[in-house]
Design a protein around this ligand. Structure first.
Ligand SMILES: Cc1cc2nc3c(=O)[nH]c(=O)nc-3n(C[C@H](O)[C@H](O)[C@H](O)COP(=O)(O)O)c2cc1C
Length: 279
């Protein structure tokens, strides 16, 4: 891989659902494998990532279905949890980091939380009783022309659009829009959160800057994405990932903490805060 360039990878990433059929270079697979091994160590068996590279063109491969949404690749990263209480916040963070690394390796990716045939994948993975497949990441080389299904999906989810900063980022008690001109390099950090992927592009993250903190909240879409796995808490993990890696790249400093001082906002769930360090 060239040098690490998180912000550029965040800007380059968009979901890819139509892939070239060509095999992935061995060197690229090696680097991806190393990144996956590192995450698996960190997750210490509470969850793990497993590569699926189904080569056969026979019945087995046919069964691994994504309802035609993903075309041209049989490469997936399966995210499997072993816990009753799944830590979707932490998993979202780690999965997105792998997605960004894959982007840096020149691969296209697509998060899949819903549109795949769960039982066929679970059978293929031969999961143990206490294990559950929560997310798949499809990956491969992007094909220039999108399938009809893909372009329709992008239009339906308005995937090329994001909510304006004024709706996502607030200050003080949460009543006022954050003045991005007054936050220095954090305006770039917040922009990287704004462009992050989220399930059905719902962008459920809200951030309030109050004194020395950026407080992260989740505004849930009623009835959405909690059945098998908490997709929207996972989305906050993605936001954390984009925030933290941008902070790191811009040489800003801080730490995550949970604080009682975060304002209470009706219909928003407080998740965590970034405490700004001034050195
Ligand atoms: C947690 C999560 C789950 C997703 N699940 C699916 C899915 O099941 N099927 C799908 O086609 N896209 C899925 N997506 C992709 C989103 O629709 C996509 O990220 C969003 O529309 C924004 O588009 P972009 O990724 O191109 O920026 C998922 C994304 C996330 C973050």
């Amino acid at each position: 891989m060239e040098t690490i360039n998180w912000i550029q990878w965040m800007q380059n990433r968009s979901s890819v659902r139509t892939f070239e059929q060509s095999a992935i270079k061995a060197e690229t697979m090696n680097e991806l494998n190393q990144a996956i091994d590192a995450v698996n160590k960190e997750l210490s068996k509470k969850a793990y990532f497993k590569l699926i590279q189904s080569k056969s063109k026979g019945e087995e491969a046919q069964k691994l279905g994504t309802y035609g949404i993903i075309q041209g690749t049989r490469n997936f990263i399966a995210v499997i949890t072993t816990q009753e209480e799944v830590d979707a916040l932490n998993l979202g963070y780690h999965i997105e980091k792998i997605v960004l690394i894959a982007t840096g390796l020149g691969l296209g990716t697509c998060w899949l939380g819903g549109t795949f045939d769960r039982s066929s994948f679970e059978e293929h993975l031969a999961l143990k009783n206490n294990e559950k497949l929560v997310i798949l990441i499809a990956f491969g080389y992007k094909k220039n022309k999108q399938s009809m299904i893909e372009s329709t999906m992008r239009i339906l989810a308005k995937s090329d659009q994001r909510k304006p900063s004024s709706e996502l980022f607030l200050e003080g008690d949460g009543e006022t829009t954050l003045n991005l001109d007054a936050v220095g390099d954090y305006s770039k950090v917040l922009e990287m959160v704004r462009i992050a992927p989220s399930a059905s592009n719902k962008q459920p993250w809200r951030i309030i800057k109050d004194k020395g903190h950026y407080h992260f909240y989740l505004t849930r879409t009623p009835g959405y994405g909690v059945m098998n796995y908490d997709l929207q808490l996972n989305d906050i993990g993605i936001a954390k990932c984009h925030f933290e890696l941008s902070v790191f790249e811009l040489s800003l400093k801080g730490t995550w903490e949970t604080t009682m001082s975060a304002p209470e906002i009706s219909n928003w769930t407080y998740v965590t805060s970034w405490l700004i360090h001034h050195d």
